[in-house]
Design a protein around this ligand. Structure first.
Ligand code: ADE
Ligand code: ZN
Length: 338
């Protein structure tokens, strides 16, 4: 089997994907029409042509506008279902998705509308196409902690559907220290925690997410290479980093894929995983991210499999589900080399 076929067929686990970031321009137009929401573009092609980003903020400005077409529970269902169908094509067997409730509640859409649409699609994903999942609710870090507390309160009625809370949006100027109390409250209520850190922001954000927010995973974390002591600490503790290669190049965290550090980090025994972040905006889903890394770095099949092993280790699933995923992976590996 050549390496591209190996990558396509490799069982994958996604741990870093914003559901609003899976809104493809075609669906954006469909929903805009269905909900009579005006768009500042005339065609999906025009939208795609506008996806030229200079940094994280230039992306976020467009991304929050795109989310305006999501209004009804069925819209959130359709969005999530379309993503799950892409997962099936890419052999993603398990996914842990982020959603940003404040992006919707701030414009008058109820928390219940959002979570019910997403979770109904995820239930169907499990039942109809065998993809297991978890939901992670992110606080927008450019908003204040009071708004995050309000969001946590709204989430209480849906505790059974939400595995963890996270922190996303503009990292620079909005450090983890800003959210210490709301994360403490979330942990007290039984939620696991994660945070975007060291995407554009400094290594201090990685240290402080671990120490002050007590996260189980760091989202991105690629700036850890600025500090060799931190790299050692991450390797020793096996603190997972959910890395998003295509996103990092699109948002100019790295100038080109050849300069990306994820393979280096893998070889230093960090628990790094590959993910798509906002696949509709960054040019690809899981398989595309694997292919992009493999094309620019020489990787063995064993190393490619290690990305999935790491993702299973880092996932928020039960031990039983992890065992099941490891069996699927072992079976694939022996079949592919045999
Ligand atoms: N929200 C969606 N994608 C994001 C990213 N890459 N960084 C921070 N917040 C985000
Ligand atoms: Zn992200």
């Amino acid at each position: 089997m050549d390496q591209r076929a190996f990558i396509r067929q490799l069982p994958k686990v996604e741990l870093h994907m914003h559901i609003e970031g899976s809104l493809e321009p075609e669906m954006m137009f469909q929903l805009a029409k269905r909900n009579q929401i005006p768009l500042s573009f005339n065609t999906p092609q025009e939208v795609k042509a506008a996806y030229q980003f200079t940094d994280l903020q230039s992306f976020l400005d467009i991304y929050y506008q795109g989310a305006n077409v999501l209004v009804h529970e069925q819209d959130f269902y359709d969005l999530t279902w379309a993503y799950l169908c892409r997962c099936q094509q890419d052999n993603v067997v398990h996914t842990e998705i982020f959603f940003d409730p404040q992006t919707h509640t701030e414009r008058g859409i109820s928390f219940d509308t959002v979570i019910n649409g997403i979770s109904r699609a995820l239930e169907d994903g499990k039942e109809k196409i065998g993809i297991s999942s978890r939901i992670i609710m992110c606080f927008l870090r450019h908003l204040d902690q009071k708004s995050a507390f309000l969001t946590l309160e709204q989430a209480m009625a849906h505790k059974d559907k939400i595995a963890a809370v996270g922190l996303d949006s503009s990292e620079v100027g909005h450090p983890p220290e800003k959210f210490v109390q709301v994360f403490a409250k979330a942990r007290e209520e039984g939620f696991l925690t994660v945070a975007h850190a060291g995407e554009e922001g400094p290594v201090d954000n990685i240290y402080n997410s671990i120490e002050l927010l007590q996260v189980s995973r760091i989202d991105h974390g690629v700036r850890c290479s600025d500090d060799s002591h931190l790299v050692e600490l991450l390797a020793q503790s096996r603190m997972p980093l959910t890395v998003c290669p295509l996103s990092n190049v699109k948002l100019k965290v790295f100038d080109k894929m050849e300069s990306h550090n994820v393979v280096d980090l893998l070889r230093q025994n960090l628990c790094v995983t590959l993910n798509s972040d906002d696949p509709a905006y960054f040019g690809g889903y899981m398989t595309d991210n694997f292919l992009a890394v493999a094309q620019s770095h020489s990787l063995t099949e064993k190393e490619l499999v290690q990305f999935t092993k790491n993702a299973i280790e880092a996932s928020f699933t039960s031990d039983n589900e992890k065992y099941h995923m490891r069996c699927i992976l072992d079976e694939f590996f022996s079949r592919s080399i045999g």
